[in-house]
Write a protein that binds this ligand. Structure first.
Ligand code: FES
Length: 167
């Protein structure tokens, strides 16, 4: 008997399903599980920018994995959001290179400007502010990422300008 599909059960769109086929082709069939990271990325984009428990369960079923395997991966990497995030997900790197180049001032400027602390989302759901480990742009520290875009060689003034320019 087919499992009952509840209305709230997430389902990949036909376009996303096509992308999953492309992703699976990158890995040997016996290592299908290795596709979990990009499939989770796809799911996050597809289902509102975060991985709700029902999304994780859906991905587990889709990948034919025990849900705990998917939860383990999703909770390990900061690029997976386990809580709903604002329209702009502002991730500030505070790792060693950025910290030496005063990422503390960048964080303080953002907290003042957005009126939220690290880990919080603004009341209007516009901004989520997060602290992350090295994003691989150390040579241009300090830096931050807003959604898919990197902003590098920051100063507090530049940060204010970047936020003010967001539509
Ligand atoms: S330490 Fe910030 S990007 Fe590497």
């Amino acid at each position: 008997m087919e499992p009952e599909i509840h209305k709230s059960t997430p389902q990949f769109s036909p376009e996303a399903l096509e992308k999953t086929e492309e992703i699976f082709k990158r890995y040997p069939p016996e290592h299908r599980e290795a596709a979990l990271l990009p499939i989770l990325h796809l799911a996050q984009r597809e289902f509102g920018g975060w991985l709700a428990p029902e999304t994780i369960d859906y991905v587990a079923g889709f990948m034919k994995l025990a849900p705990i395997r998917v939860y383990e991966v999703a909770s390990f990497y900061t690029m997976y959001n386990l809580k709903k995030v604002g329209r702009y997900h502002v991730q500030v790197c505070t790792n060693i290179s950025c910290w030496l180049c005063d990422s503390n001032a960048i964080v303080a400027t953002l907290e003042r400007k957005l009126k939220i602390k690290i880990g919080q989302t603004s009341e209007d759901q516009r901004f989520t502010l997060a602290e992350v480990e090295c994003l691989g742009a150390c040579v241009n520290a300090p830096m931050l990422q807003i959604n898919d875009d990197y902003h590098e060689n920051l100063t507090p003034e530049k940060v204010v300008g970047i936020v003010d320019q967001l539509p």
